[in-house]
Design a protein around this ligand. Structure first.
Ligand code: ADE
Length: 267
């Protein structure tokens, strides 16, 4: 799978993409991550990439032409766009999804990571300043994505999060079984893990794990997932696929008995 990342700060990606699993996946030819410096497409001698917002207000806005040229180059139409300085040449209809990192985007979820992982190529734009010129967003962005309800200084960290979450779903990037029962893959959190020694500083592991009874281990782990999700993220249970046995287990542990929070407007 290929990722093209458009950024003003390509050096920020050193580290996350040059270590560990993503490094190995690139060396193995499973991933191709290409960084594009937006500033290289600036058109004035100062190489400026932002300007004041029309109508006033705080902050700066990324200039449309710079970002448009960068995108056009990445999508193989750089020469056309340079030759046609006065018209907006539409991006090719057959293009990889163009994603804009933005706190105003759709919330990023494991489900979205799975969906994006189906594409052979993604283009990610890291916004900066107050945002990008709306006209480029309208012409050229397929999807805006937020990694959470907080504001970062730019889209780079968001792009790293998305590339990481999508890349690890590519066949061969991780050992096959490790994504099966992990947190969020089926809207349940992960069960607790233990390794040797079996008794550590007086703390034993749950006895079932050394019983050698695979069905019991499996059932215990599944119940731990249910319990943890109930205790930490009960909201996730709304979309989890639960058997009648799961529901029964959850009810025994208090599911459905807590009162909804009061409506503050009613008091
Ligand atoms: N850029 C700034 N904040 C962001 C967020 N929360 N998600 C994605 N991109 C962002």
């Amino acid at each position: 799978m290929r990722f093209d990342i458009l950024t003003l700060f390509p050096a920020m990606f050193t580290g996350p993409f040059t270590e560990s699993i993503l490094k190995r996946a690139q060396q193995a030819g499973l991933l191709d991550i290409v960084l594009h410096d937006i500033r290289a497409y600036a058109t004035d001698k100062h190489k400026s990439t932002d300007d004041y917002p029309f109508g006033g207000g705080a902050g700066m806005v990324m200039k449309p032409e710079v970002l448009y040229r960068a995108l056009a180059e990445v999508l193989g139409m750089g020469a056309v766009v340079q030759a046609e300085a006065e018209v907006l040449v539409p991006l090719p209809a057959e293009r990889p999804p163009v994603l804009l990192m933005s706190p105003a985007g759709e919330p990023f979820t494991q489900g979205m990571a799975e969906e994006l992982a189906q594409a052979p190529r993604l283009v990610l734009i890291c916004g900066h300043y107050e945002g990008i010129d709306e006209r480029v967003r309208e012409c050229c962005v397929d999807r805006e994505i937020s990694i959470g309800d907080y504001v970062l200084t730019g889209g780079e960290l968001a792009a790293m999060v998305i590339v990481d979450a999508v890349a690890r779903l590519q066949p061969g990037v991780l050992a096959a079984a490790s994504t099966d029962e992990e947190s969020h893959s089926d809207s349940l959190l992960e069960y607790p893990h233990y390794t040797r020694p079996a008794v550590w500083r007086g703390q034993p592991i749950p006895a079932v794990l050394t019983s050698g009874h695979h069905a019991n281990v499996h059932r215990w782990r599944h119940e731990q997932r249910l319990l943890r999700t109930l205790q930490r993220r009960p909201d996730l249970l709304q979309r989890a696929v639960l058997s009648e046995q799961d529901r029964e287990y959850l009810r025994r542990h208090g599911w459905g008995t807590s009162l909804l929070p009061d409506d503050p407007a009613a008091s």
